[in-house]
Design a protein around this ligand. Structure first.
Ligand SMILES: C[S@@+](CC[C@H](N)C(=O)[O-])C[C@H]1O[C@@H](n2cnc3c(N)ncnc32)[C@H](O)[C@@H]1O
Length: 216
């Protein structure tokens, strides 16, 4: 990511109220209207990152619950999100899947869970949107058991022509609409946090980065 201008690499995060309003608005209805191809491509990284977790699992910024189907049925799943409308969709998704998921409206930067209360904390496509990702990552570390794991799945900027250029066309709109900072390098953000990075995974298609980390 070295060649990107500084102002693109770390754009300021939007405020929580602004993000909540954006997701409560049309995003909640449109979010899952992605193509079958995109959904199929994302299935592989989601399964790899979340398919073997167990125990009490927290999905931070769960959105409409796209991760739920990849978390094994044996896990006790809890999901939180800022947006009530995204959570309403997540509730529908849990029902469709026949899963009992505890859902709460909450800010990832101020989790109301006790220290060490989850075996695994998962989060997908969200550090790019958190107002301050380092605060949210610190909270994930706090609520995760010392011997547990934090599993993240994030998108990254494609560097190669023509995909990078195509991706860039939508990046500004996404930033202004929902605060998504495409130009952040997700692995570098986690490295900057207090979490200990144990493993990184990188997919070319879709351009996703997976991080497995442990609490500080
Ligand atoms: C791009 S969506 C990702 C949703 C889901 N994890 C997925 O993989 O499809 C980003 C989500 O982050 C949520 N979000 C953003 N900032 C948040 C915060 N501070 N606390 C909780 N949720 C937040 C938004 O409401 C939205 O549902």
């Amino acid at each position: 990511m070295g060649e990107l201008p500084e102002e693109l690499r770390r754009r300021p995060g939007k405020g929580a109220d602004e993000i909540k309003a954006a997701y409560d608005d049309e995003e909640a209805t449109e979010y899952d209207e992605m193509s079958w191809v995109k959904r199929r491509l994302a299935a592989r990284p989601r399964r790899k990152q979340f398919g073997d977790v167990d125990g009490r699992v927290l999905d931070v910024a769960c959105g409409t619950g796209r991760t739920f189907r990849y978390v094994p049925d044996t896990a006790r799943l809890v999901g939180i999100d800022l947006s009530a409308d995204m959570l309403a969709r997540a509730r529908e998704k849990a029902t469709e899947l026949g899963r009992d998921v505890e859902l709460k409206q909450m800010d990832a930067q101020r989790l109301s869970f006790a220290d060490d209360s989850f075996d695994t904390v998962v989060s997908s496509l969200s550090t790019c949107t958190f107002p301050d990702p380092l605060v949210a990552l610190a909270e994930m570390g706090r609520v995760c058991r010392p011997d547990g794991e934090i599993r993240l799945l994030e998108h990254h900027k494609w560097q190669r022509w023509p995909f990078g250029e195509l991706q860039e066309r939508g990046a500004d709109d996404e930033y202004h609409r929902v605060g998504c900072r495409l130009y952040d390098d997700p692995a570098a953000v986690v490295e900057e946090s207090a979490l200990r990075v144990e493993e990184r995974r990188r997919w070319r298609v879709p351009p996703f980065t997976g991080v497995v980390a442990t609490p500080p």
